[in-house]
Structure formats: C-alpha cells, structure tokens
Design a protein around this ligand. Sequence first.
Ligand code: ATP
Ligand code: MG
Length: 694
Amino acid sequence: GVPVTRDHLASLNDDQRRAATAPAPQLLLAGAGTGKTETLARRVADLILNGGEQPDRLLCITFTAKAAGEMRLRLASVLAPDQMPRWVGTFHAAMARLLMEDGAGLPCLARGFSILSPGDARSLLMQVAGVTDIKDGSQLQEAVSLLRNALATTEGKRPRSAALLGCDPEILERATALVPAYRAALADREVVDFDDLIVLPVLGMRADPALADRWSGRWSEILVDEYQDTNLAQHALVRLLAGDRRRVFAVGDDLQAIYGWRGADVAHIRNFASDYRMPGDPLRLEINYRSSPTILRAANAVGANDREAMRKTLRPADPARPAGVSIAIREVATAEQEGRGAVGWVQALRKAQADLAWRDCAILVRAGFVSEPIVKALQEAGIPVRLVSERQPDAPKEVLAVIAWLRLAMSRSIGEGETQEQWQAVADDAFRRCCAFPARGIGGSLFRRLRDHATDRGIALAASVGSVEASDAERDRLLAVLAIARRIGDAIAGKRLGVPASLRLAAEYSGIQDRLRDDGQGRLTQAWTACLQAAAGAGSVRSYCDSAGLDDVPGETEVPDAVQVMTLHRAKGLEFDHVLLAGLEEGVWPNWQAEKRDAVPEERRLFYVGITRARHSLRLSWVRQRRSWDAKPSRFLDEIPRSLLESAAPAFASSKRADHGAPARMAAPPTQAETDRLVAAFMARRTAASAGPQ
Ligand code: ATP
Ligand code: MG
C-alpha cells in the first residue's frame, strides 16, 4: 500500500508534535508565537492523514474569518482537495451553517431564516424598545448581547461576568426586560441576530437531549484556537457539542485574554482540565519562532507585570539569532504629526529594504479614532493602506443577492446515473433571497406554504417547488427561480469558472447586473468591486459558497499589498515584520475607563498582544496633544526595559516640537467631557461593529 506520510508533522518541534498527536481532551497553553495555531493546523491534518478521520467529522473553530482563511491555506498545503475539512470557521460561521443544514429541531427557527446584520438588529431592537437615539440603541444592544452571551437572561442567574458588572445597572435592567420582546420580534420576522447563532443552539441542546445527542454526534473532535477569549455561551456550546466523548483540543494563552469587555472569561481556560476531565497538565510550548530576541525580552518584561497569568517565558527559536533592532519610542506633538511619523516610518523601512512588501508593515491602535489621522497621512503620501475595519460594512442587498444566486446554483447536484436533481437545504436562505430579489411576485403566503411543505417532508425549499400546492401562475414564478439557478450552475460547471467570474455570471443571469452599475454615489460599484476582490482570494467556488455570507470577510484569504492598519483586537493571532503601536497615551491606552472598570490588566495584555505581533522591529508612538486635550505617555511605555530602547530616541520628537513652536504644556489627563464625546462617538460605531461575528 501507500506508505503513511508523516510530512505534515516533520516541521514541528518535539513539544509541538506531542501536542499535535496527544489524545483529546487536551489543552495547549503557550505564549505568543510559539506555534499554537500551527500545531492546531497540523493536528487537523494528522487526524485525517494518520488517524483516518473523516474530514467532515472535524470542527475547527478560528477566531476571525481571516484566521479561517489562513487555516484553510495551511491545510491545503498538506491535504488533497478531497481531504479538506468543510467545518473550518468562526463560531458564528460554523453555527450558521449547522443551523441551516440541520436546525429544524429548534422551535424558534424558521426554515430559510436569514441573519440580520448588526445594524439591522439594532434598528429592530430600537423599534422594540421605543428608542430613537442611536447612542441609546447601541448601549442597549451591547447590554442585550452581553446578557445573552452570559446566558443570564434565561438562567435566572445573577450576571457574573466582569463585563456585565461594569455595565450601567439601569441599562442592564432595561436590557433584561427587553430580551423576550426582542427575541419575539426576531422570530416573527424569521430572522436571527449574530448572538442567536450561538445562544439558540446552546439553549436548544439543553432543552432537548435528543438534539444534543444528534449534534454532538456530528463531530469526532472539536478544535478551538484562542480559547482564552471564549465567552460563557461559546464555552457552553463547545462543551455541549463535545458530548460524552469530550474530545476537544483547545489552544490559548491567558496572557492574551483581551475580550473581557465582551464577556470572555479566562476561567474557561483555567477550568478546562476539570470541565473536560482531562488527565494530566496542560501541554506547554516555550520556543518562539516569530520575534527577535529584543522584542521577546520586551514582551517577557511586560508579561511579567500581569499578576494573574501563568508564568510563560518566551525563548527565541535560534539562540544565535542576533538581538535585532532596538525598540523606538516616538513622542510627537499632534495626531497629524503621528500620521506623518507613520509615513516616515514606512518610507524609511522601504528604503532600507527594497523588497519589503507594504503588507509586512502594520500599524496597530487601541481605538479607531487613533487610526484616522494615520490612514489619512498615508493616503496623502500615496502609500497603499488597508484599514481593516472591525467588520466589513454591511453589503448592499444587490450584492448579497448575487452571492445568494451563486449559492443557490451551487446547492444543486445531480446524482450519478440519476435524472433527479437534488437541492440542499443549506441554501434555503439563499433560495428565499432569490425569490425576493429581483422581485417576481412571490408573496409571503406562497412562501409560507412552500416552507411548511418543505418542513413536513424534511426537504430543501427548492426541492418542494414541484409538489407544493400552488396555482399554475405561482408555480411558474417559483420554477423561474430554479430555472435561472440551473442556468447559472450549468454555465459555471461547463466553463470551469473561477469565483469572481462565477459571481459576474450569477449577476448577469439573475438580472441584477444592471442594478449594480450605479446609484449616484458609486456605493454599489464600490461594494461590488470589493466583493469581487475578496472572491479572487477564495479557493474554489464551492469553498466560497461554504463561507460566503457567513463570515465577515466572505472568502477572503489573500491580503492585498498595503500597509495594514487595524485595532489590536483585529490583530490577534497575526504577525508582521514591522509593527508600529500608535496612540500610547494615558486615557487612550490604557483606556480612560480602565481604572474604574478594573481593566488595566486587560489593557496591558493588549499591549502584550501588540508587542508580540512583530517579527523584526517595533516602534511605539504617543501624542502630546490629541484633539483638545494634553496627554501623558502611557504607563506601559515604562514597562519596556530601558536597555532595549533606541538611544537616539528624542531626535524626531524634538525637531517636531521646534517646528510646531508650541511650548510643551503641563500634561493633564483629558477632561471628562472631551473623552465622553469622543468615546461615545467611537462606541456607537464599535458597538454596531462588535456585535458581529468575530
Ligand atoms: P499567537 O499566540 O500570536 O496566536 P501562535 O502560538 O499561534 O501565536 P503561530 O502563529 O502558530 O503561533 O506561529 C508563529 C510563527 O512561527 C509562524 O510564522 C509559524 O509559521 C512559525 N512556526 C511555528 N512553529 C514552527 C516550527 N516548528 N518551525 C518553524 N517555524 C515555526
Ligand atoms: Mg495563534
């Protein structure tokens, strides 16, 4: 027979290999850059190649859609296409899929349900609550989300999570009272919000042991990256899906726990061993393959100030690796100068290294408002820049409809030797969207009849078109939808088109193309172009359809070549050659409310996350006067050992100070009113964004 290949484990060190092959339940607890994610990927490959596991029996949960894309790429390098697991994605994407494929057991879930965007979910919540102010709506939405993710509203337990304790009690009370009416409104409209994707399965499995049995039998092992940032609902979900076998492989780093404000709790990783009755201690890794010795020493020094985290010292993989360039701290007068400083930084790096790609430079910020002047300065200097937003803005309905047509078309299969075509229920939501757009007179009552019919027979909506009770005219309209989907599917199969070309074809055949051209502001053209660009990075049409519409960056696996600007929360798990951490001021980082909320340690862990993203060089900058307030340097700057800092640090700052002519004022923290305004504006945007899948 064919010799068993062990190639997929060959690049791992001994500890990593042990972790990749140890029986589950297993917890791998290790510091940044030690290869946790790498080990997890290799474990998936090993389970399939050596363990004889069916690829679809593995559920692999990543933290962001981007991370899911990277995971698929890593897997594709060692697995053949037919060995690739389908269930690789964020909690939200995986559960959306499960509910679409097999959600019929949940009482509050309609077939062909659709998922509300966070913006639409907020509008609905505001309607239910009778509030009109966006800021109030955002606050309520955040509180409702925290409550539901803490499973607090349904369990009658006192909220326990730190995030809930930090919430305004009055808002919490209002939110608690709102949840039932909000849920009813969602159910009424046959939609779910992002939290539902996690919370409904948990409640469903708890209430219905048969459902729990069925679902926990689907996967033989569940692998979860970044476990330190799971909230209670996610933790409960994994526990339920793991069932009696308890086969969970979790990796994490308690020193990188940064989602306490969203209800995540490191207790889940600390209690993993007892929850899963794991024999022995968690596995460890100590060798860091990512960063220069200088950067590692800075990370170790900052990490040592976290009193709660388990001790983990990072060692460089190659003891002979030169210490690397010193860490630079830049003090500048204004936010605009911080932007110009970022331009100078990137230009100098490119000058020093001609083949450096833009995308290898990243600028990471604590809060979105810090990045605005930086992005502006980079754009003005003609430097390609990519602002990785917390979530992609909601795509217009035209674009979503094109994706739906493609998904519907791809959900049809024709069995070998059969004449009968089959439609999969996973595309029920796509079918619903296709019936609605472009409009062809398929009304609510016809649709409900179709759905009841499909539910009774346990078949896909598209498969019930032939047998549903309907007038000739009604059936013709439904058949027209299927005919178009068939044409799209056949054309793609015949021409072996790539993903962007398939999308274009779906747009043309469905008649949406003309509507994509322009709406006066170019908004549609822009969204459509972005969609096609993202699709260009997806592997196959099939894998695109598996994740499109579910992940926040549909199918994107390739990063365009541009300087990357993002918040620390988005940068989790990523790495870059050169990293600039901007906005290191008291009040910004740590955030002005951190002390009150007991969140300084979490702010420090964010700093730790930021430092450990860098491979070769690290620069930190802070602004003396941001908007209208005088700022002090962040206390975290003092935690970097002096010996690691560049000695010639003040040159840039002092020359700018001379330029500016403004005398250095006494540093004072921002006034309450100033920060309130800024933070409120920022929060309104972030809340809308953060309710989405991570
Ligand atoms: P984080 O905590 O930031 O998520 P991590 O522990 O998940 O980090 P990875 O991202 O898996 O670390 O790995 C960090 C880098 O080290 C990657 O570039 C990876 O390819 C590389 N790496 C991991 N293990 C090895 C190894 N055995 N040999 C060489 N390079 C490795
Ligand atoms: Mg990782």
